[in-house]
Design a protein around this ligand. Structure first.
Ligand SMILES: NC(=O)c1ccc[n+]([C@@H]2O[C@H](COP(=O)([O-])OP(=O)(O)OC[C@H]3O[C@@H](n4cnc5c(N)ncnc54)[C@H](OP(=O)(O)O)[C@@H]3O)[C@@H](O)[C@H]2O)c1
Length: 258
């Protein structure tokens, strides 16, 4: 049976660039997202330029039935997922009292619930083979929860906590669980209101390609938690050495809508 790397959120941004890099390294892939046209175009590009096998599964992962459908599809086709990249995610920015509650709950469904379910389903399969790797895409905000990204920050703190705890539990079953924590990245995730904030003016977004290179290297050879970029690593330590009242002021002035 053939082995594959499954990437969620592979239709754009970091996930798409990771797919390109992994295909160049001759890994066969399963790509998951909602945008069928984008996935099929990427499949064609990677199969013709890299000679790898690529399967696409169109799914809205904020719906747990579609998460189950993804797993069922891979099981029924005997596609072994050796590596799972839980990359699909959305980020809402704005005042908590003004953001749409249903949009926030949908973000929790995607960033938290679907990621948890995918870890459980593929974690069990990997454990049964005593072999596997899961890379969860968290964020710098996992360490540094920002106001105006309140629910998003909370989802990413969850992703980091889940990754660290699962890595401890599943190591004895041959499964490693990693967390990749990028700072700002230049993708469709970033909106105009975000770009106007001091946070983006002082910490310029990295390219999706450079973050994807770090992500692939980490997925194939790394373990534990990786904050992307030296500046972001320093920032992730700030809350440990700075009084919380000072941190609160810094974070508010960086993230406040302009
Ligand atoms: N960009 C940043 O500044 C930044 C920083 C730290 C962490 N991150 C994290 O990096 C990850 C990738 O984001 P990105 O920056 O590459 O953003 P992006 O370009 O917007 O990509 C997001 C991906 O997730 C997929 N997606 C969104 N909603 C989905 C749903 N309901 N079901 C299935 N797939 C869905 C999108 O595909 P479809 O629309 O086709 O479904 C797309 O492929 C996210 O987890 C994000 O939180 C981003």
């Amino acid at each position: 049976m053939k082995k594959y790397i499954l990437i969620t959120g592979a239709s754009s941004g970091i996930g798409l660039e990771m797919a390109r890099i992994l295909a160049q390294k001759k890994y066969d892939l399963i790509l998951v997202a909602r945008s069928e046209k984008k996935l099929l175009a990427l499949k064609q590009e990677l199969e013709s330029s890299c000679g790898v096998e690529v399967h696409c599964i169109v799914a809205d992962l904020s719906d747990e039935r579609e998460v189950a459908k993804v797993y069922k599809t891979t099981e029924e086709n005997d596609w072994i997922v050796s590596h799972l990249v839980n990359n699909a995610g959305v980020g809402l920015y704005g005042k908590f009292l003004e953001l749409d509650a249903l949009e926030e709950l949908k973000m929790i469904d995607l960033n938290v619930r679907s990621l948890t379910l995918l870890c459980k389903l593929y974690g069990r399969s990997m454990a049964s083979r005593n072999d596997g790797k899961i890379l969860n895409v968290a964020s710098l905000l996992s360490f540094l929860p920002f106001p105006y990204y309140s629910v998003y920050s909370a989802t990413k703190a969850y992703v980091l906590a889940l990754s660290e705890t699962l890595d401890s539990e599943l190591e004895e079953n041959g499964v490693r669980v990693l967390a990749l924590c990028p700072g700002p990245v230049d993708t469709g995730f970033t909106t105009e209101p975000m770009l106007k904030t001091r946070a983006y003016k002082t910490n310029k977004p990295a390219s999706a390609v450079s973050v994807a290179h770090t992500g692939v290297e980490f997925l194939l050879k790394g373990k534990g938690v990786k904050v992307v970029g030296a500046g972001n690593r320093l920032l992730s330590f700030l809350p440990r050495i700075t009084p919380s009242a000072i941190m609160k002021g810094i974070k508010k002035s960086l993230a406040q809508p302009q």
